[in-house]
Ligand binder design. Structure first.
Ligand SMILES: C[S@@+](CC[C@H](N)C(=O)[O-])C[C@H]1O[C@@H](n2cnc3c(N)ncnc32)[C@H](O)[C@@H]1O
Length: 318
């Protein structure tokens, strides 16, 4: 809004006359009926103008108030839809805009998602622990990555219903292999019919039970050293450093290890007193410790990507 109108602008200045028409004696002589109207017209005009300005200011205040209320409502809506999305796909995107994440899914992920992956994703969505599944955009990323590095011999720790496993199985050649481990066979078997229908089950060697003893066994045998092209770790975060100690022996020089959830729901930057879900708080320190350790490990080159819940790619260099 510009400066407030002065009385002068309304032609009714109470300030001393500055020699205008009204102080001109000649002008005063020519009295017409209009001159009876003028003394009245000025106050009315002034009142009308003032009322108009008042109305404009009131409308502006109202607009400001409405926009603040709307902003508050949108914020709440955002938080609610964030919570809704978290229920739908877990903390599977760190993007601050749900609309942008949805755009990525709808524009480039879902239209190109292989039919079996779509089926497995929909089946998993009905499972009570669906929060654990790898997101569709991360599945697409893994699939592309595996093709780019021509991965053939691979490993996965943490299978759940098998979404990332299927993304891997579809990417590697027909004689490719995946050593897949999970403490829970039941969930793997939920997705298995879809994997079988996709014609890739023969590539998978599923081992039920904790991964660490299996890795110890593998490390014991020298012929397994440097034998894996790609290893995806998506399981118990408190063991990631223990896995890393073994996996670095098992992945080939030039091969990749992908550690999932390295941004851990964004909690890695949360203040100490932030209200975090119990499991998020519990694993946060382990994730942060892993991130620090990977950052200074001279045996690898790393790249932390904000895909899904954060994935750190480690390329073994020695
Ligand atoms: C986040 S989910 C894996 C999601 C999976 N990558 C997908 O695409 O859906 C984590 C999995 O790790 C498994 N897990 C937890 N602790 C484990 C361990 N010590 N060894 C092997 N698997 C483990 C859990 O049973 C669970 O299925």
């Amino acid at each position: 809004m510009g400066p407030s109108p002065t009385f002068d602008q309304f032609g009714t200045s109470p300030t001393p006359d500055r020699g205008g028409k009204r102080s001109n004696p000649d002008f005063r002589l020519h009295i017409t009926p209009l001159h009876f109207f003028f003394p009245l017209r000025f106050p009315i005009q002034r009142k009308l103008k003032l009322a108009q300005v008042h109305k404009q200011r009131k409308a502006k205040r109202k607009k400001l108030f409405i926009s603040r209320v709307l902003a508050m409502a949108t914020n709440t809506q955002d938080q609610q839809s964030q919570a809704g999305r978290h229920q739908e796909v877990g903390h599977k995107s760190l993007l601050q805009s749900d609309a942008l994440y949805q755009y990525i899914l709808e524009t480039s992920v879902y239209p190109r998602e292989p039919e079996p992956m779509k089926e497995l994703r929909k089946l998993t969505a009905k499972h009570p622990w669906n929060l654990m599944t790898t997101s569709a955009d991360e599945g697409q990323f893994l699939n592309m990555l595996l093709k780019l590095i021509n991965a053939k011999n691979t490993m996965e720790i943490g299978v759940y219903t098998g979404y990332s496993l299927l993304a891997t199985a579809l990417a590697i050649p027909d004689d490719g292999k995946i050593l897949a481990m999970d403490v829970n066979r039941e969930n793997y078997e939920l997705g298995l019919p879809v994997i079988q229908k996709a014609g890739v089950a023969h590539k998978i060697d599923f081992k039920e039970g904790p991964a660490l003893p299996v890795l110890d066994q593998l490390v014991e045998d020298e012929k397994n050293h440097g034998s894996f092209d790609f290893i995806f770790v998506d399981a118990d975060k408190d063991n990631y450093l223990n896995y890393h100690k073994r996996l670095i022996e098992l992945v080939k020089v030039g091969g990749l290890i992908g550690y999932d959830n390295t941004l851990w729901n964004g909690s890695v930057v949360a203040p100490p007193d932030a209200p975090l879900r119990k499991y998020v708080r519990y694993y946060r320190d382990f994730v942060m410790e892993l991130n620090k350790a990977l950052a200074v490990d001279p045996r690898i080159e790393i790249c932390m990507l904000p895909v899904g819940d954060g994935i750190t790619l480690c390329r073994r260099v020695k």
